[in-house]
Ligand binder design. Sequence first.
Ligand SMILES: NC(=O)c1ccc[n+]([C@@H]2O[C@H](COP(=O)([O-])OP(=O)(O)OC[C@H]3O[C@@H](n4cnc5c(N)ncnc54)[C@H](O)[C@@H]3O)[C@@H](O)[C@H]2O)c1
Length: 248
Amino acid sequence: MSREMEGRVCLVTGASQGIGESIALRLAEEGCNLVLGSRRQEACERTAQAARELGVDALAVELDVSSMSSVQEAVESANAHFEEIDFLVNNAGIARDNLLVRLSPEAWAETMQTNLMGVYHCTKAVLRSMLRQRHGRVVSISSVVGLLGNPGQTAYAASKAGIHGFTKSLAREVASRNITVNAVAPGYISTEMTAGLPDEARERLLEQIPLERLGTGADVAGVVRFLLSEEAAYITGQVISVDGGMNM
Ligand SMILES: NC(=O)c1ccc[n+]([C@@H]2O[C@H](COP(=O)([O-])OP(=O)(O)OC[C@H]3O[C@@H](n4cnc5c(N)ncnc54)[C@H](O)[C@@H]3O)[C@@H](O)[C@H]2O)c1
């Protein structure tokens, strides 16, 4: 197997489980060293250990993406361990769903603070060194819901659509420094986030998916790996759907 990312370092947020864990392990298979962050460091340690077993160096850090100071501390620990961060995958995210008439200001604010401010905090914390290196990749995980909308998900959809505007604007800002910025918009992926769906809702959902199945973490991780690779050097400012054909 080629290990084309040997010696590179990627920060993956929300890497303790689900899509973030799949991305981390896919990158480890390519030889990429990892900084794995989530709110509880020990939650990421399991993913870090699995990555080490694939022959890479992996550091688990405590990281709350909703807090700039927490992100800065995590990036300082990462820089003390590895020389520099080459890639950032903004994966951490939450859903606090409710119809708008019932959606509290707290639920709205928490969703924005994690999903959108989190992307701002983490990207800002690593961008300066990418600019200095004249090399870097940023991939943010948004959602099909940010493209199509979904009843009960105004806050989530707004936060994810915000990532699309952020991605395109930043891609234009940093392209001249050889930094690419893209988003991956998954459809419905089997993780804890979707595990609670009642059977009836799951059936209705499957009717909207041309490929007639939920996606897997590996479906998303493969596209993220590609966007971080040299093969994707000429792709920037894009939102790539990985959704079984929901958005076409
Ligand atoms: N599962 C899906 O169907 C689906 C679909 C589209 C997009 N997404 C997006 O993919 C990403 C991962 O989703 P998932 O299904 O793996 O979710 P998940 O709930 O299984 O995992 C989310 C991860 O983010 C971390 N996290 C949450 N808040 C955080 C914070 N403030 N600081 C640091 N870490 C935090 C959690 O600890 C966990 O590691 C999210 O951004 C989600 O919105 C998921």
